[in-house]
Design a protein around this ligand. Structure first.
Ligand code: ZN
Length: 328
């Protein structure tokens, strides 16, 4: 994909340079700027600086410096398009799911990116909040093989004002802390409408979707299966696979890792086909010290590019499950 100037500029604007570089370089504030040990030359006293005001980084030792894109290219040793892709990924935008660049730009413009680990105090919403929305079968999801009774259990409703399927997000104790909505406009991309939205400020995904419903079953089976989306949780429940929780994203964060550890059981990772095994290893290997971690990875080409492991039916799911590999 060719990336336009406008997109690049939007990315540069949107990313918090201190937060991004802070992942790789320990930065300390000194006046308006931040300083750390330069990752690009043999540095003994911190000569690497980041200026939030100018939105650039610069090293007084080796004289290199530029924008976030150049940092990514240099630090990760990647070419320009890969750097852009990595930054889109960092912004939680899956470039494969957003084909049209105009839509990426409108996404970036609509959302203020919050760093993954910004935890907000969740407001507990009224327990009957879903009664505001209509009980109506969501045809699209029924067609995907999700059972109506399961959708009823998880209070899937219809928001007629927004033409969205909506469902509550629960904290680990079963309180409703948010409502997530999926647009039902098939041409949502042309309309510049985001596919999924949260109705209340989210902060970060510090929950595992399904946990209050599944905890007993997970303990009983001594295993939790981690998928990306709530739809997979529902579909699998309809098949009798009950020990499944979803991240509601494809990168697990520290809060979710902590919740997993609390469950004290084996972990099986079953993310969508598009997530690289390298990424999964990086994210989940932290758990290996504490428990057994398995990965369901499609080595036989049973899935298509963007499929979740349950998208091709129960048989394929079972096969992927039985082929799972142990992470070390
Ligand atoms: Zn340097």
């Amino acid at each position: 994909m060719e990336y336009s100037r406008e997109l690049i500029q939007e990315i540069i604007k949107k990313i918090n340079l201190v937060e991004y570089i802070g992942q790789y370089v320990e930065l300390k504030q000194r006046g308006k700027d931040y300083f750390g040990i330069c990752p690009f030359h043999d540095d003994s006293d911190p000569s690497f600086s980041v200026s939030p005001e100018k939105n650039i980084w610069y090293c007084f030792g080796c004289g290199t410096g530029s924008t976030i894109i150049d940092f990514v290219m240099k630090y990760h040793k990647v070419k320009f398009p890969k750097a852009v892709e990595m930054l889109l990924d960092y912004l939680k935008l899956d470039v494969n799911n957003i084909k049209e660049e105009a839509n990426i730009i409108s996404f970036l413009k609509q959302f203020t990116y919050k760093k993954d680990l910004t935890q907000v105090e969740h407001k507990i919403l009224p327990h009957d909040i879903m009664s505001k929305y209509i009980k109506k079968p969501i045809k699209e999801w029924l067609n995907e093989g999700i059972k109506q009774e399961v959708m009823d259990k998880y209070q899937v409703r219809y928001d007629k004002n927004a033409n969205r399927a909506v469902f509550p997000i629960y904290d680990r104790y079963g309180n409703i802390i948010n409502i997530k909505g999926r647009t039902l406009y098939p041409n949502y991309k042309d309309l510049g409408i985001p596919k999924y939205i949260y109705y209340y400020p989210l902060g970060c995904n510090d929950f595992l979707y399904g946990l209050p419903f599944k905890e007993d079953k997970i303990k009983e089976l001594n295993e939790v299966i981690i998928v990306e989306g709530s739809k997979s949780v529902w579909k699998l429940e309809g098949w009798g696979v009950e020990n499944v929780l979803s991240l509601e994203t494809n990168r697990i964060n520290e809060y979710q890792l902590r919740l997993l550890l609390e469950l004290k059981c084996n972990v099986t990772v079953a993310l969508d086909k598009g997530v690289l095994i390298k990424q999964i290893k990086k994210d989940f290997s932290k758990l290996c010290k504490f428990t057994n971690v398995y990965v369901m990875y499609d080595t036989e080409g049973l899935l298509e590019d963007k499929d979740a492991p349950c998208d091709k039916g129960k048989e394929v799911w079972d096969r992927l499950y039985s082929n799972k590999i142990k992470l070390r």
